[in-house]
Design a protein around this ligand. Structure first.
Ligand SMILES: C[S@@+](CC[C@H](N)C(=O)[O-])C[C@H]1O[C@@H](n2cnc3c(N)ncnc32)[C@H](O)[C@@H]1O
Length: 323
């Protein structure tokens, strides 16, 4: 049982990460998270950080950034013991900003059902790689959809049951991202941070990231600095009136405090836009979550309609309405 002891809570969070997030994807990080949960030195270090800076993804990426290789428990302990201030500085300066282009494959069927052209407004857009929905190509177990950039990666996504798959990518009239800290695809250090956020053992992610970064560099999507709690309406006003405005986000609201998630939901509802939320299934407030094993993301339309279960890294998709 977790209490309000930061060491106990942090240990439980790392065990949860091992069991529900890294298991089956990254044996190295699964083992590392379990080891951290039992390591007094590292837990005490984490407890000395602000609560929003204790996550496995941030610690492991910061260690990788300094070590130039994924950490194991031995190298991580040495970092905490001998290079504590350097490690703290990276953790303080950076945040978990994993930008996984494959998540576009789990958004595409929902986007393609909307009246086109679309105006895409992504909150928590990181480097903007999940704004390039139309540039990537797709492969849903043999159902191929060509994107507009022939050099962009092909995103493979396994259908789990029938999907409403389109024949072409949607037409995009306008796109803009919003992020507390936009990452710049032309900045080598920002791209290195994105690489450090990948998990060892996940086949194809590094190549996909490199190809997506190259795609973005050919025609960078704008990602504006701002807070999803305050800055969405002003950005939404810049969208062309004759396009369908879609506000969407994936893997973002877990980083927003629970009471403020409702504030964000209220803000988006007032815009009258289409709203697609692709988050951990218990992250968006007020949703009756259908039963599902494991810890998938839930794609929710307009804050009320559970539409699909999605793989958090975009590798599979299960549509709910057709299941
Ligand atoms: C894990 S990344 C996900 C990036 C992208 N949506 C994807 O699916 O690949 C979460 C992003 O949300 C951003 N973020 C967190 N809280 C935010 C807020 N209050 N306002 C704007 N962006 C925020 C972070 O800076 C980070 O870039």
């Amino acid at each position: 049982m977790t209490g309000h002891d930061p060491i106990v809570d942090t240990a439980e969070n790392y065990r949860r990460f091992a069991r529900l997030e890294a298991h089956g994807r990254s044996p190295g990080y699964e083992a590392l998270a379990v080891a951290v949960a039992g390591d007094e030195l590292i837990l005490a270090f984490l407890a000395s950080l602000p609560p929003g800076k204790r996550q496995p993804n941030l610690l492991f990426a910061a260690a990788r950034y300094l070590l130039r290789a994924p950490a194991d428990i031995g190298s991580l302990r040495t970092l905490v013991a001998d290079r504590r201030s350097e490690l703290t500085a990276v953790i303080e300066a950076r945040r978990t900003q994993t930008n996984e282009p494959a998540r576009c494959a789990t958004l595409l069927p929902a986007l393609a059902q909307l009246p086109q052209p679309l105006a895409l407004l992504e909150v928590g857009a990181s480097a903007g790689l999940t704004l390039l929905v139309d540039r990537y190509s797709y492969d849903y177990a043999g159902h191929r959809i060509a994107g507009t950039d022939p050099r962009a990666p092909v995103l493979a996504c396994q259908p789990r049951g029938p999907l409403p798959l389109p024949d072409r990518v949607p037409a995009i009239a306008w796109r803009a991202g919003l992020d507390l800290n936009p990452l710049d695809v032309s900045d080598a250090d920002d791209v290195r941070w994105l690489e450090c956020l990948l998990w060892p053992g996940e086949h194809g992610r590094a190549e996909r990231l490199a190809q997506a970064v190259a795609t973005a560099r050919r025609d960078p999507p704008p990602v504006h600095r701002g807070d999803l709690l305050t800055d969405v309406p002003a950005l939404a006003r810049q969208a062309p009136a004759d396009a369908t405005l879609v506000v969407y986000h994936s893997a973002v609201l877990a980083y927003v405090a629970e009471p403020q998630r409702q504030q964000f939901a209220d803000t988006v509802r007032e815009l009258g836009a289409v709203w697609l939320s692709n988050e951990g299934s218990r992250v968006l407030p007020g949703i009756a979550v259908p039963r599902h094993a494991g810890a998938p993301f839930l794609l929710v339309r307009d804050g009320t309609v559970p539409t699909a279960f999605t793989d958090p890294h975009g590798t599979w998709l299960r549509w709910l309405a057709l299941a």
